[in-house]
Design a protein around this ligand. Structure first.
Ligand code: ATP
Length: 208
């Protein structure tokens, strides 16, 4: 019997922005999660480029951004493993840690749904946790029906059950980095402590 729910929120967080924290808060409410764990990826194998800030800087910016949210936590488990780090390995690690009475949700923005076909052992991942998709500004609502020939109707039904309605916040890390490199305003996109950290450490001052 499931007695608690934990949501795992993986991403590059390069840097973490207000889109991340806003949707995570809404997701926690809808799922009924006791905890949301932000999990910075060592390298996102699909992004094809290295993060612009170091692992340590990304982790510290997450710690600053989530400090005021009682339900939010952070795990460096993927940063500790050699790359590439796979979501299924992370989910299994949390399952071992929390046991069968804890239901795990893996949060994913709608922009990432098209890439799921390339994820390592995606069928096993869909079976192992609740892959929970959130709306994202500028992207259509996920269309899981097209994956039925690949993953089967039960998995597609599970993915559809796990779609949640989160606020549309039109912010991306790419846009934050672009603005910072161009010397443009970003204060409405970032937690003030994250912005202070970026300024103090001269992050994202140049385009890659
Ligand atoms: P980039 O612009 O570098 O691709 P990003 O803004 O998408 O970065 P990530 O760290 O890659 O940020 O995102 C982590 C997770 O959060 C992904 O599942 C992504 O879809 C989701 N996400 C990021 N920003 C938003 C947002 N504004 N609304 C909803 N989901 C988001």
């Amino acid at each position: 019997m499931v007695t608690r729910r934990i949501a795992l929120f993986g991403g590059t967080f390069d840097p973490i922005h207000l889109g991340h924290t806003t949707v995570a808060e809404a997701a926690a409410r809808q799922i009924g999660a006791e905890e949301i764990v932000f999990i910075p990826a060592k390298i996102s194998p699909l992004k094809g480029f290295l993060p612009h800030a170091s692992d340590g800087d990304r982790l510290r910016m997450i710690e600053s951004a989530i400090a005021a949210y009682p339900l939010f936590g952070v795990s460096d488990c993927e940063l500790q493993r050699p790359a590439p780090s796979y979501t299924l390995d992370t989910v299994r690690q949390f399952q071992r840690q929390h046991g069968p009475a804890t239901s795990l949700h893996w949060l994913l923005g709608a922009d990432g749904v098209g890439d799921l076909v390339h994820w390592h052992q995606i069928r096993e991942l869909i079976d192992a946790c609740n892959l929970t998709t959130m709306r994202r500004a500028g992207y259509p609502a996920p269309d899981f029906d097209r994956f039925e020939p690949l993953w089967g109707s039960e998995r597609v039904a599970k993915l559809k059950r796990n779609m949640i309605e989160t606020p549309l916040v039109d912010v991306s890390s790419t846009e934050v980095r672009r603005r910072l490199a161009a010397g443009e305003e970003v204060s409405r996109m970032l937690d003030p402590d994250v912005l202070a950290y970026i300024r103090a450490h001269h992050l994202y001052e140049k385009t890659a």
